[in-house]
Design a protein around this ligand. Sequence first.
Ligand code: T1G
Length: 661
Amino acid sequence: MAQMQTPNVQMPPSRAFTFHLDFEGLGWLTIDVPDAPVNTLSRETLAELAGIVTALEEMASSGELKGVVLLSGKDSGFIAGADITEFDEMSDPGVLRAALDRAHGLFDRIEALKVPVVAGIHGFCLGGGLELALACHYRVAVNDDRTRLGFPEVNLGIFPGFGGSGRSIRQAGPVDAMQIMLTGKLLRASPARRMGLVDKLVRVRDTLRWEARKAVLQARKSSPAPFTKRVMALGPVRGYVANKMRAEVGRKAKPEHYPAPYSLIELFEQHGDDWRAMKRGEAERFIPLMNSNTSKNLRRVFFLSEGLKKQGVRGKDKPVFRRVHVIGAGVMGGDIAAWCALRGMGVTLQDLDMERIKPALDRAKALFRKRLRSKTEIDNAVARLEADVTGKGLARADVVIEAVVENLEIKRKIFAEAELKTRPGAILATNTSSIELERIAENLTAPGRLIGLHFFNPVAQLPLVEVIRSRFNADADIARGAAFALAIGKSPVVVKSAPGFLVNRVLMPYMLGAVQRVEAGANKEQIDAAAVAFGMPMGPIELMDTVGLDVGKSVAEELGNPVAPDSQFARLIADRKLGRKTGQGFYTWSNGKAVKGEVPPHPDLAGLGRELVQPLVNATAVAVAEGVVASDDLADIGVIYGTGFAPFLGGPMQARKDGRA
Ligand code: T1G
């Protein structure tokens, strides 16, 4: 370790930064925001950095300073971005503009320092953190599985506001840079290096310092993107590229719902060939976006999702889960087993014979190939998922998840056996979507061991797991269930054991209401288009076909809304036209897609959509009132994560409060 020198220039006091000058004249600047799990750039932290940069400028001028290395002192990573908790208090455009101008000025000064400034990156380097790294002259990153770089701002209804729009284009070229800003996609170190956002990779964090030191002493500078990339932002090509980006974004988000990506594309269209102009143009667009309803709601959704992480058991009592035994190798059981194996668990998948288990293993392999990069990782995941016809995995399991047919007697039998064969601390969980837990658990010796872990189809896409609580469960049973859901990267929402729990309970009236309109002669394409115009990810009729009309019927009956025997719905079921899985339901399905006709014109499609979701909003309010879910916030995040309900509206309860649903 280089011994420390006392700089001739006095460093200002700082809570978030430490600095020392070594015998070679290298300044080692470490950010470690106190009492926080991750580093974020609050106004206070940025003000401290500004004072430090003033001292660095003086030391560089005096020749005392040969270069600066910026590192993070946190294990979690480099910097997670600007401090989102401050955004609501900066709603005044003048306050926000001044804050942005200060940040821009500060980052410009860092870039203008007369000595090399090198960023050493490990773990998260996101948003404003990546923008700060891009203002440095050179970037070294640890090439391991924890390093992630990116601009998640678009998930908050904004886009990079500290100069990152221009600097990322300068480094990565317009197409790649815009792609990661428009999608919020996070990059591992190696792709970030290929893209030009990072200059050098090291294998482990310990060598960051060494490599960064070399970069300073050799005065290495990052190269801007080559002309072959930059050409995509020149002249008429830029307009063409901008339209392609607009079309791509339009496939997932409407401008009236999510203005940020469209505003960023306009900024690119205006200044994409001049990164400094791009950077200068950020603030006037950033400010209205930050104050938009969409951004306020998306920030709330972010903090609600962060709050879900606290539902598990944390700290020293945090349980460790290694082995999962899944009973039932159907679509849900197989996909739950595959997901657990993907997330590192050892999994045994039980069913009556190999013929039933093999399709699930095949689907799992396809998921591993899609989500994992190297052959080794794929092979390891495959090895973690074992067929288990005899159920030998029960005895070693930390968690048992039953996902068999919705038959009460079969479930009771399964748990009666599981209770005897599993270790006392093992979690017993059912993935039932409709049977109240009490009826499954009541004959067990320890009924409190049984909880619900209700996953959503497709398991690999939908983050929500409803952790179902029966009257037999203690808080600890539920906390362990939530901890397991978090351990496999899911978002747990605790829900009381009541018909339909939360998501099915609110979805069903919405879907059945739409079906009734179609039965009364409404056009199904128009109904679905209206729901999407409102902000749902998919229309209710297409959703019913996707879920399966037979499943819809059984959940409807469970909720006391039986399907009328003389209805088109009942006739479709009678004819085994069950939706996507049989190729025919309300729609004809081809290659997994609903074949849709033209949407008849409607004077206020979004207004019709708002009418359609009323049953969903009302059912959510009733679920909260009945204590099925503990609060409006948990209902909102649960419905957003379980149904894709318009995140830009903040969920059904927030939308109702805002008079938008
Ligand atoms: N601001 C404030 N708090 C933050 C934060 C942020 N940017 N990022 C994380 N936290 C808090 C989080 O609420 C939680 O707090 C703790 O830190 C993280 O613990 C100008 C404007 C980084 C992937 O959007 O995605 O930069 O609940 O358990 O699971 O262009 O946090 O513990 O009290 O979540 O390992 C852009 C958001 C900001 C990143 C870590 N950056 N953060 O997840 O840890 S906008 C983001 C995350 C911006 C500039 C713009 C995740 C994480 P608490 P954790 P984790």
